[in-house]
Design a binder for this molecule. Structure first.
Ligand SMILES: [Zn+2]
Length: 366
């Protein structure tokens, strides 16, 4: 009798579920899809933002669109000092604990001296005490930093090992922007997306086509891979699709090889869109297969001189365009190339992972 009741009980439960999904009244149990109307309702994270000003408009915009932010410190010469970035991040986390988390970074100013390692470890320790949940390394390693003999210093250099070990031991996530999009090694008119054309026209110092004596694209990717081979237990998030934005096949190979690696999509969703012009199903299948390893992010930033009105318009347009690409199957025109594309219409549970659950998994404490 008990078994029979259980059987009918399960049937009843299933029937109830089917009815609910047909009515779309219980979205969490439905295998369905989100719509454009759901954009503001769904809780989301942007795990790649740069807050370089005390003004809080940036955070209000995120709040309006239902995003929580990971503020990532980073060390380009055009940015405020890492100490000031840290002060801003700590203040924002204190003021908006439910809205902002932060990741620290370190400098290589004293690289090659005895001071560098102890200073770096002490700085990271201080950041962790101030709540940092991750550490960012940037492309200056591999593209700018050189030893006295002129040789470029790559991320798999053994002198970084004690720092990376310390990050791992502290349970923090290493966030890596290493190398550049493959477009950086092409002449501007051969680049695939307008964002890269614009960026590398403005930043010839990173336009590697102009610097054949620098490490190659493959050198950059290999150095990152070798670093990961040395640190198999390190939790690593490769930003900008791990600099493998041009090929979902190449990215899949790395995700297969390194189970502790995930990637953020900051500023590279256009490359998924570009690949989808000819291979929409392939890009969609890739995202579904690697749904636990892909994290939504923008690389949006605010500085003391930002035009706040323009910034708001840009950020919200990008949010909406990205959402349309991932959740609908509408035909779309994006500003990065001339071809039209069609949205990927990813299942709801995949959207929940790339916009929220993966951020929580790969950035504990966010
Ligand atoms: Zn960034």
């Amino acid at each position: 009798m008990k078994v029979k009741y259980l059987f009918f009980g399960v049937l009843g439960f299933m029937f109830q579920n089917c009815t609910q999904s047909e009515n779309a009244s219980d979205q969490s149990k439905s295998p369905g899809f989100y719509t454009m109307d759901d954009f503001k309702k769904v809780e989301k994270y942007d795990t790649h933002a740069h807050i370089n000003a005390f003004d809080t408009t940036f955070i209000q915009i995120a709040k309006e669109d239902n995003f929580r932010l990971l503020a990532v410190n980073v060390n380009p010469s055009s940015y405020p000092t890492v100490e000031l970035q840290q002060d801003i991040a700590v203040k924002m986390v204190k003021t908006y604990p439910d809205q902002v988390a932060w990741a620290t970074t370190f400098t290589v100013a004293d690289w090659g001296t005895d001071k560098w390692l102890p200073q770096t470890l002490a700085y990271l320790k201080g950041s962790f005490e101030n709540g940092a949940i991750g550490v960012k390394v940037w492309k200056n390693i591999g593209m700018e930093l050189r030893d006295k003999d002129g040789k470029f210093v790559m991320i798999n250099d053994p002198r970084f090992d004690p720092v990376i070990d310390y990050i791992e031991k502290s349970g923090k996530t290493l966030v890596g922007h290493l190398g550049e999009p493959k477009n950086a090694w092409l002449p501007v008119d051969q680049m695939t997306v307008s964002g890269d054309k614009g960026y590398f026209s403005k930043h010839p110092e990173y336009h590697m086509y102009l610097h054949p004596e620098y490490p190659s694209y493959e050198d950059q990717v290999n150095a990152r891979d070798k670093m990961l081979e040395k640190h198999p237990n390190l939790r690593f998030v490769g930003v900008h699709l791990g600099s493998l934005e041009w090929s979902v096949d190449e990215l899949a190979k790395r995700l297969d090889k390194f189970p502790n690696m995930a990637v953020d999509m900051a500023e590279r969703i256009c490359h998924l869109e570009y690949q989808s012009i000819k291979q929409r199903e392939k890009v969609r299948d890739f995202i579904i297969k690697y749904q636990d390893r892909l994290i939504y992010a923008t690389d949006d930033w605010v500085g003391p001189e930002s035009n706040l009105e323009e910034m708001k318009k840009d950020i919200q347009e990008t949010h909406i365009s990205d959402w349309r690409f991932f959740v609908t199957d509408e035909e779309m025109q994006v500003p990065y190339f001339n071809d039209k594309i069609k949205g990927l219409k990813l299942p709801k549970e995949v959207i929940d992972k790339i916009y929220r659950k993966n951020a929580e998994k790969w950035f504990p404490g966010i």
